[in-house]
Design a protein around this ligand. Sequence first.
Ligand code: NAP
Length: 517
Amino acid sequence: MSTELLQNHVAGRWQAGTGAGTPLVDPVLGTELVRVDATGLDLPAAFAFARQTGGAALRALSYRERAGLLAAIVKVLQANRDAYYDIATANSGTVKNDSAVDIDGGIFTLGQYAKWGESLGDAHALKDGEPVRLGREPLFQSQHVQVPVQGVALFINAFNFPAWGLWEKAAPALLSGVPVIVKPATATAWLTQRMVRDVIDAGVLPPGALSIVCGSSAGLMDALTPFDLVSFTGSADTAALIRGHAAVARHSVRANIEADSLNSALLLPGATPGDAAFELLVKEVVREMTVKSGQKCTAIRRVLVPEALYGPVAEAVSARLAKVSVGNPRNESVRMGSLVSREQLASVQQGLQQLQAAAEVLHDGRRAALVDCDPDVAACIGPVLLGARDADAATVVHDVEVFGPVATLLPYRDLPHALALAARGWGSLVASVYGSDPAEIGRAALALAASHGRVHAVTPEVAQAHTGHGNVMPMSLHGGPGRAGGGAELGGLRALDFYHRRAAVQASPAVLDALGV
Ligand code: NAP
């Protein structure tokens, strides 16, 4: 018996693809779950419907009213949470805590934007700065405004965050008045599709405001017209295709790119084995390596420590990693579930081979037995800590992102050396810093800010309060320069910039008053 074929929602109705479909697989049991297919969809018509019908309906509402739509989505998702956890276990192979990062992280982000949107009130456009005189007299002035983009926002998402990846982008888009078409990564499209289905079926959004295409990406970029937007999250290779597409390269479709990243954790000079900063770093490295089996774009990949602490940190991290049980997420004793697919497992194993050419193995979780699953079927792998004693020479460690439970320990001589090593990631999403001297941390943070989107400082007094190196909070910017894609998401209401167009209106004060911004 064949599995259910998930429907696409475009042009205001549910539509099945006309092909046989691509199966989505349980990465632990190897069984087929559902299928997705987008063959035969009329994409230009789907995009036109979203742009015209969805866009017009959203823009007719004020920011406050659209914030109300986000709050309504939150209620729908909360009512169906259990189903989402079941799908995540089956399709992503994640333990409950890891599914929460995705599912509850998405709901939390929507809730924040619902709250922030309220504060924008009943306006239909945003004021950008104060009016400025264009001449000596105040008679003629310039006022900048931000108006919602009159196009559609296409989201092309990665497999690792099927829930959060949709809502962290959709929250600022819908709040801005811009309709959304999401194309989830095929491997984990089920959870995204189910959430969209629940929201559409609940009737809380106007027709055309939210659409979903599951399956092949073919034709999606071709359907974009100049006022549309594309927000892509995924590998650097696919990002290059998006940037090179005529819609972006020739027609200036605005693109936000979140790609791979070699994030660092930095233990500042002066730490000693077992002191507070040392322990906080060790704990965070282990957490980052194991949450979602290291399949987080923000996970710590490089661990920078003073030369003298290379041995002690290796020992302390390895001792904790040795206690991490890996296997079937349905088994209560399992702390780390599987990777998303056997293809990803192969990719992680191949990436490890590449890194091992320049690094020694300090802890090898590949040797440990898996809990409650067949190693020939499951996409499970234990955590691996590598180390490269010559951090400068180990070029591959600064270049290759292994998207799994893998990190490399790197010793540095002094702080300038450590900062230079961090920058060899050529632009990363996040760096975390561990120490206790605020002045030194402040200097390091500003130096790291030049090549990172976010700097996360962990001092002993925030040991319990800090939100985690890899946790993306909607209050802070998410995105990094250079190889991280150059994108900018979240950061509170700053996220609305991408979905608005800035223009200057030059006029008399009476006309500027009449803008209502
Ligand atoms: P991927 O292979 O590049 O796929 C990403 C998305 O692009 C998927 O939806 C994929 O669809 C689609 N796609 C593939 N080929 C395309 C094409 N020619 N035109 C348009 N779309 C196309 O990346 P992935 O393996 O899913 O994700 C892992 C990577 O994402 C890692 O490198 C990770 O660091 C990065 N990531 C970054 C962030 C961030 O916020 N910076 C967050 C999460 C992940 P199909 O699935 O149907 O092929």
